[in-house]
Design a protein around this ligand. Structure first.
Ligand code: GTP
Length: 532
């Protein structure tokens, strides 16, 4: 039950600290995810803000061109060229393919328009694509002329629905308008990395155009800039490019057809929801783009300070240590009780044992003798014999061989005596070279025979010391202890009297005395003339 309680406490502490570790680990994971999310959002906002600023600068440029045409009703080709040259478009306007002009040409004015261009030095000029339409918006000039292969002269932008939508938006609003994804130049195949145009409407010189209807009535054409998304974005993209993938879609549909720009840094991770990404819609020139940023390999390591693994390992180790410490503390009381019990047992044994021979000491022997007498009195048995045994001339042994050998003799005798007794018998060392025994349930001649055999065994078994035998003899006094004895001491005194007789009788002998008659019974070794 106690150990169950300890185990429960151990498991409780372990589970509690592991639970706390899990919460910390989870919290760290969430914190890192929040930091990564915030970093990604920040990158996205910053990029979209840069795009808006860049497009605003193009819009500003077109406003300048618009102003050029508003200032005069007779702007010549060289005027636009001079204007564009004065802008010094270069690295400041990346992605731009020049500034162009497209007049509004009605069907009835088409021939006159073509003749005019022929007269201005473009003999091959015509409006493409061919076909009968009510309104045309052919490109008549792009400055600076960048490439002869880009033969956009005469291309009717009004014939393309994507361009036309932006042009009409610009016309009606009087503001800059951006087209959807187109090909630049117009004859090129549509490429996955798109291009777009920004239009600014041109109205009649000095005309009022403060409403959609007046704007439509006074429109004379458009000035525009074709823009390549790749080049535009290359100049905008920040330093986090390598760790993120950036895409721009035309409109809100995220398809390959609407993809305008792709940064191309793709680590191959599928957009399976595990990939961290963020979207933002921006409205530029009245047109919506969807910006998508997604984290790539290395983004976590670059921007996250993920200590969750360290927390997990440290937490588990500390949890185990704490649980083990709890176990140690909770079981220490039980272990102390066990230790105390063992020590008490040892002390008890020491208190009852003679340290030299390992036999019972006097006090313990006398207690055993008293118990035996009480048992006799209770059960009314015949009795038990009490023997007292003393080493003969032990002083001489000590004096001859030394005290250590004397001790060895005492141990030797204790061993011989123990070997002769039954388990039910008692033996003890009363002190010095004096021993006592109780032969349980054995009295009279049987006890005397035992004593005589013991005396003989001792006399026949010398202690071997350094290869030499040390002969040892003992004298034994014997008496019967019975219910008539008032106490154990009286029986022991009788045995002592018998021992005295054995000593006085010459030693190495057994003398017996019985209660009542006080008659001494001589041993087999009794010489003629002794007490009878
Ligand atoms: N080595 C050793 N000697 C002990 C011990 N206890 C008592 N003695 C010695 O035992 C001797 C007993 O001597 P005595 O009382 O004269 O008896 P004895 O020499 O045996 O002579 P008798 O008993 O008359 O035969 C003394 O010299 C004690 O010092 C012990 O534990 N070890």
């Amino acid at each position: 039950m106690i150990w169950l309680r300890h185990r429960f406490l151990f498991l409780l502490v372990l589970a509690g600290s592991l639970g706390a570790t899990y919460l910390l680990w989870q919290h760290e994971k969430n914190s890192v995810a929040q930091v990564l999310r915030a970093t990604l959002d920040f990158n996205l906002r910053e990029t979209s803000s840069r795009i808006e600023q860049r497009l605003a600068s193009y819009e500003q440029m077109l406003r300048g061109a618009q102003g050029l045409y508003a200032a005069s009703d007779n702007v010549e080709r060289r005027d636009l060229r001079a204007f564009v040259e004065s802008l010094q478009t270069g690295s400041d306007f990346p992605g731009m393919r020049g500034i162009g002009v497209a007049p509004l040409v009605l069907l009835k004015d088409r021939s006159r328009h073509i003749s005019e261009l022929h007269r201005l030095g473009f003999p091959d000029y015509t409006i493409v694509p061919e076909g009968r339409r009510d309104v045309f918006a052919p490109i008549v000039q792009v400055e600076p002329t960048i490439s002869p292969s880009w033969d956009a002269m005469g291309y009717d932008m009004y014939s393309d629905s994507v361009r036309r939508a932006a042009m009409e938006r610009a016309r009606d609003s009087g503001m800059a308008a951006i087209s959807g994804k187109v090909s630049v130049p117009p004859q090129a195949d549509r490429t996955p990395q798109g291009a777009f145009l920004m239009y600014m409407p041109l109205y009649q010189h000095d005309a009022v155009h403060n409403s959609p209807s007046t704007r439509r009535a006074t429109l004379v054409g458009w000035t525009f800039v074709p823009l390549l998304m790749n080049e535009l974005m290359a100049s905008l993209y920040g330093e986090n490019e390598a760790a993120t993938k950036f895409r721009i879609y035309d409109g809100v549909g995220l398809t390959q057809q609407t993809l305008m720009y792709d940064s191309g840094h793709d680590d191959g991770r599928a957009p399976d929801g595990q990939q961290l990404s963020a979207n933002e819609y921006i409205v530029v020139g009245g047109h919506t783009w969807t910006l998508v940023i997604s984290a790539q390999d290395g983004f976590d390591a670059r921007f996250g300070r993920d200590k969750s693994q360290l927390i997990a390992i440290t937490g588990i180790v500390l949890s185990l240590l704490l649980a083990m410490l709890t176990w140690q503390l909770s079981t220490s009381r039980e272990r102390a009780v066990v230790l105390a019990t063992e020590m008490t047992g040892e002390l008890r044994a020491m208190a009852a044992t003679d340290f030299l021979t390992g036999l019972s000491n006097r006090r313990h022997f006398m207690a055993g003798m008293a118990d035996e007498l009480a048992r006799l009195q209770r059960l009314d048995y015949n009795g038990s014999a009490v023997l007292m045994l003393d080493v003969d001339h032990f002083k001489q042994i000590n004096d001859s061989y030394g005290h250590a050998v004397g001790d060895a003799v005492l141990k030797h005798l204790a061993h011989l005596m123990q070997g002769s007794l039954r388990k039910v018998d008692l033996i003890g060392r009363l002190g010095g070279e004096e021993f006592a025994m109780i032969l349980n349930g054995t009295i009279g001649s049987a006890a005397q025979t035992f004593a005589e055999r013991l005396r003989q065994t001792i006399a026949d078994t010398p202690l071997m010391h350094n290869g030499q035998p040390i002969p040892v003899t003992v004298s034994i006094g014997i008496t019967d202890m019975s219910v008539v004895d008032a106490n154990a001491e009286s029986a022991l005194m009788r045995a002592d009297e018998a021992l005295y007789c054995a000593k006085a009788g010459g030693r190495n002998r057994v003398e017996a005395v019985t209660e009542g008659t006080k008659k001494l019974i001589l041993s087999a070794e009794l010489r003629p003339g002794s007490m009878a």
